[in-house]
Every structure is written in structure tokens, then in C-alpha cells.
Ligand binder design. Structure first.
Ligand SMILES: C[S@@+](CC[C@H](N)C(=O)[O-])C[C@H]1O[C@@H](n2cnc3c(N)ncnc32)[C@H](O)[C@@H]1O
Length: 218
């Protein structure tokens, strides 16, 4: 088996993206586990995770690493969060905000096994519910909501200056009449007083009418 580390904690094993499993023997969403020289890796499916899709399509600016502090908006049942949890390791932390109490039931079980993931049942618009979170290195937003730009700006006060935001934009959640490209550009414009665009990748090969953007906080 051929293994290569492409970013801190992100590996390619025989052309498949993967992360080092923080909790040996545990799968999160039915992904395959691969053992190499005593280490266990979890394959990371680009069809299940927009971050994996962006990485598979050549994302250049990936700075999440061991020890990073991440605020994750729209955690769902923890698919992508769990891979970020692998990357940041026990020295890091992932605050996982999710509005759905049904998704939260599963997320809480996952967080019990992964001590660096903290579940937060809240609407990401109401940041006072989790105002103990501050000075994070990264915000990851995947809320698929019409007011996604406003939600990101509201949460930006928790992001340290010069920190990065990774955002999955679902064009059809924002407008079903506008062209996806127009929706992406409007999103960038709307957050431009707080963030500078660093990179944008069309990930529609894996997720219909979605873009993945990297932003830097001004
Ligand atoms: C596309 S799913 C997220 C998938 C997840 N990020 C992953 O890759 O594993 C979007 C999630 O955002 C949540 N969501 C939508 N609006 C939200 C809000 N205002 N605050 C917090 N979560 C929200 C939904 O309940 C849903 O679970």
C-alpha cells in the first residue's frame, strides 16, 4: 500500500483520502478502516464530505492541523467533524454546533467517544448560546441555509484575527433561480467586509451545485 501525507494529518492511501483514526477500531459512518504499520486510518469519502470533495479536487489552502481549535457550524451527525477531530488530535478541539435535536442524539454519542469534540445544540444564529467559545483558529460552516453569509459573519467574532473560514455553499439553499456562480459571488461579496477570499473550488462533481470556499478574516 502506498501512503502519502498531503497536509498535516491528511493522507492519500492508494489514491484514497484518509485521516489517522483518533479512536482505534471505531467507524463513524461505515467508512473503511485501513491498517498500515500499526496505525489505523479512516478512508474519507468525498461523496459524504464537502471538505473531502474539495481536497480530492485539489484544495490548496488547508491549514487545519494538530492542536487547532475549530468552530464547526452545521455538524449534523458528525461525518466531516470526525475527520477534523482526527486531524486536530487530542491537543485540539472541535466545537460542533447543530440545530437539529435528532442529529444531535447521534452526535452526542460520537462526542462521548471523541474527547476533542464538544456538542452544542443551538441555532448558529444565536451565538450567545455558546459565547464561551472564543479565539478559534478556524470556522467551518456547512449549514445549507439561505442566510449562510449572515450566520458566518455573526460567528466571525469567535474567530481570531487572521484565522480562516472554510465554507460549503449550497447554491440551491440560497436561491433556486440564480445561477450557482452568481450565488457564490454574492456570498463572497456579502462577507467581504469581514473576510478576504483565498480560494474557491467548484465541488459539483461530488455535491450538486456546491462550492467550497476558503476565507481569511480581516
Ligand atoms: C449539509 S448538513 C451538514 C453535513 C455535515 N457538515 C457533514 O459534512 O458531515 C447541514 C446541517 O446544518 C444544520 N443546520 C441548518 N441550519 C442551521 C443553523 N442555523 N444552526 C445550526 N445548524 C444548522 C442542519 O440541521 C444539518 O444537520
Amino acid at each position: 500500500m502506498h501512503i502519502k501525507e498531503i497536509f498535516d494529518g491528511v493522507y492519500i492511501i492508494d489514491n484514497k483520502l484518509s485521516t489517522l483514526n483518533l479512536v482505534k477500531g471505531e467507524k463513524v459512518y461505515g467508512e473503511d478502516l485501513v491498517n498500515i504499520e500499526g496505525k489505523e486510518y479512516r478512508l474519507w469519502n468525498p461523496n459524504r464530505s464537502k471538505l473531502a470533495a474539495a481536497l480530492s479536487l485539489g484544495l490548496k489552502n488547508f491549514y487545519i492541523k494538530k492542536g487547532s481549535k475549530v468552530l464547526y457550524l452545521g455538524a449534523a451527525t458528525g461525518t466531516t467533524c470526525s475527520h477534523i477531530s482526527d486531524i486536530v488530535g487530542r491537543e485540539g478541539i472541535v466545537f460542533c454546533v447543530e440545530i437539529s435535536s435528532i442529529a444531535m442524539l447521534k452526535l452526542v454519542e460520537l462526542c462521548k467517544k471523541r474527547e476533542n469534540m464538544i456538542p452544542i445544540l443551538s441555532d448558529a444564529r444565536i451565538t450567545k448560546n455558546y459565547d464561551y467559545v472564543n479565539n478559534v483558529d478556524f470556522i467551518y460552516e456547512d449549514v445549507a441555509a439561505r442566510d449562510q453569509a449572515a450566520i458566518l459573519k455573526e460567528n466571525a467574532k469567535m474567530l481570531k484575527k487572521g484565522g480562516y473560514a472554510y465554507v460549503a455553499i449550497k447554491s440551491q439553499s440560497i436561491s433556486i433561480v440564480k445561477q450557482p456562480r452568481e450565488v457564490y459571488n454574492e456570498f463572497i461579496r456579502e462577507v467581504s467586509d469581514t473576510f478576504k477570499l483565498v480560494e474557491m473550488i467548484d465541488i459539483s462533481k461530488f455535491h450538486k451545485a456546491h462550492a467550497f470556499v476558503v476565507l481569511k478574516r480581516l
